[in-house]
Design a protein around this ligand. Structure first.
Ligand code: HPA
Length: 270
């Protein structure tokens, strides 16, 4: 695994020799955020040794390097999901590569289903914590001391100081934010009503098919993480409520400008 990471890192550094300090994972429907970056280099996942290749509609599948708010950043336009058939090591591989390219902060985004009836499609939710007991833990197996400890602390996976910065940024611009717990599931089915209800009872404010595995390895490697969900559907409602991937993508696209503003301001303050 270390060899694979080193090979991917060397390949990238041969094409782009600046050290990025911030990594950004763009979720479903959120790839247009990459256009905010003054792009210096783009590298397709399919060109990078050992990188998996994204298959889902709405995920364009490249690393975008450049400058944003005065910082060198890498954005992952498209991520790898467990439901696509990748194993957990593949899902988290790019996060490890970004760490070895030099990032210190990881910003993650996703589209997620809300489990509060009174929430609305398009709401942004600060991820204050997550529940990750229904997806395999990516640290199962040999522990690489180079990455971090065998039993990592998870008391503050999403850094409080980053959360507080975002709250201040949003308040100054009158952007309303939710704050809650992201509940990770495997997908690819959206949840049944009973499952949305269960997730709500168990403390999940939003549910989604990504993020938790990436955040676990990021925390393991000592990265400071901030996460934001775009609420793209409210599965828990009693009325007829079919959810489609197209609606999820559209809702994410519609909410993207608010999220872009917040991320640009946050990156300026890092
Ligand atoms: N459930 C799981 N994943 C999701 C959802 C959802 O309702 N919406 C977007 N991703």
């Amino acid at each position: 695994m270390l060899t694979k990471i080193n090979e991917a890192v060397s390949f990238i550094q041969n094409l782009y020799n600046h050290k990025p300090t911030v990594g950004i994972v763009l979720g479903s429907g959120l790839s247009s955020f990459a256009s905010e970056i003054t792009v210096e280099k783009e590298i397709a996942y399919s060109d990078i040794p050992h990188f998996p290749v994204s298959t889902v509609e709405g995920h364009s599948g490249k690393l975008v390097f450049g400058e944003l708010s005065g910082k060198k950043v890498i954005a992952m336009a498209g991520r790898f999901h467990y439901y696509e058939g990748y194993n957990t090591q593949e899902v988290v591989f790019p996060i490890r590569v970004m760490k070895y390219l030099g990032i210190e902060t990881l910003l993650v985004t996703n589209a997620a289903g809300g489990t509060h009836k009174e929430w609305n499609v398009g709401d942004l939710m600060i991820i204050k914590d997550h529940i990750s007991q229904l997806t395999p833990n990516p640290l199962i197996g040999k522990n690489y001391k180079e990455f971090g400890p065998r039993f990592p602390d998870m008391s503050e996976p999403y850094k409080k100081d980053l959360i507080n910065k975002v709250k201040t940024i949003a308040a100054a611009k009158d952007i309303k934010l939710r704050e809650g717990v992201y509940f990770g599931v495997t997908g690819p089915t959206f949840e049944t009503r009973a499952e949305y209800n269960m997730i709500h009872i168990l403390g999940g404010d939003a549910v989604g098919m990504s993020t938790v595995q990436e955040v676990i390895v990021a925390v393991h490697m000592g990265l400071a993480v901030f996460g934001m969900s775009v609420i793209t559907d409210i599965g828990i409602r009693d009325e007829e409520n079919k959810i489609t991937h197209d609606e999820v993508l559209q809702a994410a696209k519609d909410a993207e400008p608010k999220l872009s503003y917040i991320f640009k301001e946050l990156i300026a303050q890092l």
